[in-house]
Design a protein around this ligand. Structure first.
Ligand code: ZN
Length: 336
């Protein structure tokens, strides 16, 4: 008969061997799996993302526009002039889509009305359809994240309870007695202030994720028409704002660790953007910075809902099932 202590020792050795075989193998798999997936789709990683949203920036404007900062941003990164907005080609449905990774049929903002036309298909812990700020907050409870805007409707489109900082800039009240020139000046002023607020925030807080929304260009389009001298004059001013925002990243010392993305919600035709035509539906989509290809014109199909998915990949968070967007993999260094 084998003594009990010996039996226990044998059992213990067998258990140890089994443990090493099972968990050792699992551990080795865990260590190699990311490498294997990296070989297929290299996940770029940057510490910060600055998302610049310009309302009413049509891709058609690219050639004629005097906008050295925006063109330099594109030349230093990857960009498309064929990104498309979702239907309807108006502001809230598309800004909601950029931030949410899914279209109006999912997030519910089917018009510019304050309340969604449809209830959101899913609601996050922050009371809105799950968006990029909510999934970031879930993954990084302490991350600094902020949004600055000069159009009040953005407040409803972002999971503001997930933010560390939200700044709404109120344009001066536009009266019926104001001329088109005066109206444009009011919105150019609010967009200027939104930029200044964002610059201060970037420098003071070095946020992980920032979204700044700039309103003036679309207002000039509504007042004087898209693709007009007045439109390009406002665009030139907004280009200077983009220069200041990029300069703030340098001042903050985070320029090399940041990806800057520049997007729009729709273009325009005459004094509106409801016509179904490419001048309305195609916008620039620019991505530039850490881990991004340089001087690359993107061939990929890009739709507004791909913006959030791309940010999620850059910052290393997993999109929820309810998203429809996909990361624009072609933009990242190491891609064929
Ligand atoms: Zn708009």
């Amino acid at each position: 008969m084998i003594p009990v202590p010996f039996c226990a020792r044998v059992l213990s050795i067998v258990t140890c061997v089994l443990f090493v075989v099972v968990f050792g193998f699992a551990d080795a798999t865990a260590q190699t799996a990311p490498e294997a997936s990296r070989a297929i789709t290299p996940p770029p990683r940057a510490k910060h993302v600055l998302l610049i949203g310009i309302d009413g920036f049509g891709a058609y404007a690219w050639e004629k526009a005097d906008m050295p900062n925006i063109k330099r941003l594109a030349a230093n990164g990857a960009y498309s002039l064929e990104a498309r907005c979702v239907v309807p080609s108006i502001s809230a449905p598309n800004w909601g889509t950029h931030l949410a990774g899914a279209g109006p049929e999912s997030h519910g903002y089917t018009s510019n009305a304050k309340a969604p036309g449809l209830p959101p298909r899913k609601v996050s812990a922050y009371g809105r359809f799950p968006g990029i700020f909510g999934i970031m907050r879930d993954a990084f409870p302490d991350a600094e994240m902020g949004v600055v805007y000069d159009w009040p409707r953005i407040h409803e489109l972002v999971e503001n309870k997930a933010l560390s900082f939200e700044k709404e800039v109120f344009p001066r009240r536009v009266l019926k007695t104001h001329t088109p020139e005066e109206t444009v000046a009011i919105y150019e002023e609010s967009t200027d202030t939104a930029t200044t607020e964002t610059v201060a925030y970037l420098v003071a807080k070095r946020p992980r994720l920032t979204f700044v929304y700039l309103r003036a260009l679309d207002e000039t389009g509504h007042m004087f028409g898209h693709d007009t001298a007045a439109y390009y004059a406002t665009l030139k001013k907004i280009d200077a704002h983009v220069g200041k925002l990029i300069g703030a990243l340098k001042t903050a010392g985070i320029e090399r660790e940041t990806v800057v993305m520049l997007i729009s919600d729709h273009g325009g035709h005459k004094k509106g953007h409801s016509e179904v035509r490419l001048q309305v539906f195609q916008t620039p989509w620019i991505i530039s910075g850490a881990g991004v290809r340089r001087g690359h014109k993107l061939e990929s199909t890009i739709v507004s809902y791909d913006t959030a998915a791309t940010i999620a990949q850059i910052l290393g968070v997993t999109p929820p099932q309810c998203w429809r967007g996909r990361p624009v993999q072609e933009a990242f260094a190491g891609q064929p």
